[in-house]
Design a protein around this ligand. Structure first.
Ligand code: DC
Length: 219
């Protein structure tokens, strides 16, 4: 298989893949595709009562994507909706919709088309197993449930939100089960992925391991 200049970073929620993807995109000057934002966009349009057969059309006609090396900004009808997509309501709808075939199918080409021949870091759940099977480097980042819950706890606390550690652990376990047991594009490492367990590693350490892999695969 002809390999393309893509680095896929997949993994469960709160594994640190967002932070790692940003750091890697910055150091390599690759564009950064946050594929979760596309599922959130789909959810946003679905919450506006567009039917699934209308959503692809809305995206084609009324959405403008701007892909940078630190973020993907999204405009709908000339309004920047990037921040609106981060809400918990949208996250919940996106999670429910992400197991549907028509949703994953209609987002397939959109994701694939972000690769323009120059370098791309693709952050998600199925980047290495489905969307960019032909990526030059695949990383699967994971961490123990407790460690991920701890990270999410600190993140939410910093945002001034009330959090309960027990509930966070239960939420993460439920989401893991849902993500890994769904029929379509379940969350699992690609056969040729490098699995990094970050339970006892700092972001800096994970970054350095990934940088070494990039040196090996891209030279
Ligand atoms: O990473 P995130 O929270 O922004 O993702 C939003 C939802 O989309 C989440 O429930 C998982 C889903 N998703 C997916 O199924 N496949 C991807 N490649 C990216 C996200």
């Amino acid at each position: 298989m002809q390999k393309i200049n893509v680095i896929t970073i997949d993994g469960p929620s709160a594994s640190g893949k967002g932070a790692l993807s940003k750091a890697i995109a910055k150091s390599s000057q690759f564009k950064l595709l946050d594929s979760g934002a596309l599922y959130r966009l789909y959810a946003y349009l679905s919450n506006m009562n567009f039917k699934s057969n209308e959503i692809a059309d809305q995206i084609k006609k009324n959405v403008i994507f701007e892909l940078g090396n630190q973020d993907l900004s999204i405009k709908y009808l000339d309004n920047d909706v990037t921040d609106d997509l981060r809400s918990e309501i949208i996250a919940k709808t996106a999670s429910d919709l992400s197991s549907r075939k028509e949703v994953r199918t209609s987002l397939y080409n959109i994701q694939r088309n972000f690769y323009d021949g120059s370098g791309l870091v693709a952050d998600g759940r199925d980047m290495g197993t489905v969307i960019f099977k032909d990526a030059k480097l695949k990383v699967f980042l994971t961490a123990s449930t407790e460690e991920r819950a701890k990270r999410r706890y600190l993140e939410l606390q910093n945002r001034g939100q009330e959090v309960n550690m027990r509930e966070l652990i239960d939420d993460i376990k439920k989401r893991d089960l849902k993500d890994s047991s769904r029929e379509l594009s379940p969350l699992f490492p690609a056969e040729d992925a490098h699995i990094i367990d970050s339970s006892n590693l700092s972001l800096k350490e994970v970054f350095s391991i990934t940088e070494n892999l990039i040196k090996k695969e891209f030279n």
